[in-house]
Design a protein around this ligand. Structure first.
Ligand code: 5AD
Ligand code: SF4
Length: 444
């Protein structure tokens, strides 16, 4: 292959979870530091990074069709890099099947993008799906820009090996980023404009590190220290595993004011036999008792979760148990999925795969149930006074949208600018958002 002119502009397209959004942003920082600029909306980019997700079916198919769509009418194509979890899992196959792909880079290797780009410009096709023991984070440039809300990846990987899930294979074992690096990055984010930081990790509550005094602390220790940053107003974290919900973290929900009253704690199913087959290592009862303890610490906490319907062997009665659990918990938000067999995972070869129509029907019923609890949660917040951090403009002139502490999208009529914290009264509930009236404008 001949030399290609070095790309001047780039576009990163991220799919899937928030950790991919973070990785996509960091790849953008990396390319900017190399002198490339982000392609303006509606224009072609010289380099396109497809930052992929492998968690459910058809992910790879989608990547191939996205690659096909990048071909321009005049027969040319941008430089294409495939990054993320599909790259990790199916890198070789992508290189074999899609000749227009010039770089394949796994989620632990993207700090090498600049070198890979040089190779690609010199006409070589390059793959890096290594999972080095040192994390990529140290090799990334400092962050200089931020909106009012920012993500900060504190932990990656998973050691839990739920039988349906590819994450332990694509993202590797649990690794925590060092305390000092995180404090440093958070400080910079606040200097760059962030008022709310969401700590990210596949098992974020498994984070552990040594604090400034050399004491080993858990996520609550990090949260307590972050709460001391004067310009940081709000802290959130996601996603948590029930088994890593420590007493310290629960206590932090009771006494760290900046820690928002919201907990995403996936349960996946409401039946113990299914949970065991999923290798979830908690029961329905232990999950409910855990929620009791969280609610005792923070009575108004909004709960959210992930659910899978149609796990191999799930009977109608077992599925009904999931519906019961939804009503019992009263989720404020949730994500629900049809089971999707992932090659190489234990569940993919289990007996009793569920027919597509049955899965469709179960998902519809589950989503109807979740919708009811979500509406009930939003209705129950009507009349409350709370803060809203303004994130973006609303649909109509004079409307702004921001999040309440419970992660509801609140629509407010206000002249406030993005990044301001408002005090509002919630006036009307809804399925996906609430309306609120502005009370007092906090000093900007
Ligand atoms: N099929 C369907 N849903 C899955 N998830 C993970 N693996 C699968 C799969 N094979 C869901 C889980 C997890 C979320 C991120 O994705 O609910 O919590
Ligand atoms: Fe996947 Fe289970 Fe790990 Fe979550 S805890 S990433 S579902 S293996």
């Amino acid at each position: 292959m001949s030399d290609t002119p070095p790309p001047q502009t780039y576009r990163v397209k991220s799919f899937g979870c928030q950790m991919n959004v973070y990785d996509g942003d960091r790849m953008g920082d990396l390319l900017t530091a190399q002198g490339l600029t982000a392609a303006a909306d509606g224009t072609d980019a010289d380099l396109v990074v497809l930052n992929t997700c492998h968690i459910r079916e058809k992910a790879a198919e989608k990547v191939y069709s996205d690659i096909g769509r990048l071909n321009r009418k005049d027969g040319t194509a941008p430089l294409i890099a495939v990054a993320g979890c599909v790259a990790q899992a199916e890198g070789e196959e992508i290189m074999a099947r899609a000749p227009s792909v010039r770089m394949v880079v796994g989620p632990q290797a993207y700090h090498r993008l600049p070198e890979m780009l040089q190779e690609a410009v010199a006409g070589r096709r390059v793959t890096d799906t290594d999972m080095p023991a040192e994390t990529k984070f140290g090799a990334l440039p400092r962050r200089r820009r931020s909106g009012p809300t920012a993500f900060l990846t504190v932990q990656e990987g998973c050691d839990k090996f739920c039988t349906y899930c590819v994450v332990p294979y694509t993202r590797g074992a649990e690794v925590s980023r060092p305390f000092a690096d995180l404090m440093d990055e958070a400080q910079r984010l606040t200097e760059a404009g962030a008022r709310e930081i969401t700590l990210l990790g596949q098992n974020v509550n498994a984070w552990t590190g040594d604090d400034a005094k050399g004491r080993t602390v858990g996520l609550d220790g990090l949260i307590r220290e972050l709460a001391k940053l004067p310009d940081l107003a709000r802290i959130r974290y996601t996603t948590s595993h029930p088994n890593d919900m420590t007493d310290g973290l629960i206590a932090a929900h009771g006494d760290v004011e900046k820690l928002m009253p919201y907990l995403h704690l996936p349960v996946q199913a409401g039946n113990d036999r299914v949970l065991k087959a999923m290798n979830r290592s908690h029961t329905v009862e232990s999950y409910l008792r855990l929620l009791d303890r969280v609610r005792a610490a923070r009575p108004d906490i909004a709960l959210s979760g992930d659910f899978i319907v149609g796990f191999p062997g799930e009977t109608d009665a077992e599925f009904e148990d999931t519906l019961k659990l939804v009503d019992e918990v009263g989720y404020a938000q949730a994500f629900s999925f049809k089971y999707s067999p992932r090659p190489g995972t234990p569940a993919a070869t289990m007996e009793g795969h569920i027919a597509a129509e049955v899965m469709d029907e179960r998902l519809q019923r589950l989503q109807a149930g979740l919708n009811r609890t979500q509406v009930a949660f939003n209705d129950a917040t009507v009349g409350r006074t709370c803060d809203v951090l303004v994130e973006r403009k609303g649909k109509f002139a004079g409307q702004m949208i921001g999040k309440t502490p419970w992660l509801q999208s609140a629509v407010v009529s206000t002249s406030a600018a993005i990044g301001e914290m408002l005090t509002v009264d919630i006036t009307t509930g809804g399925a996906n958002s609430v309306f609120a009236d502005e009370r007092v404008r906090a000093a900007a």
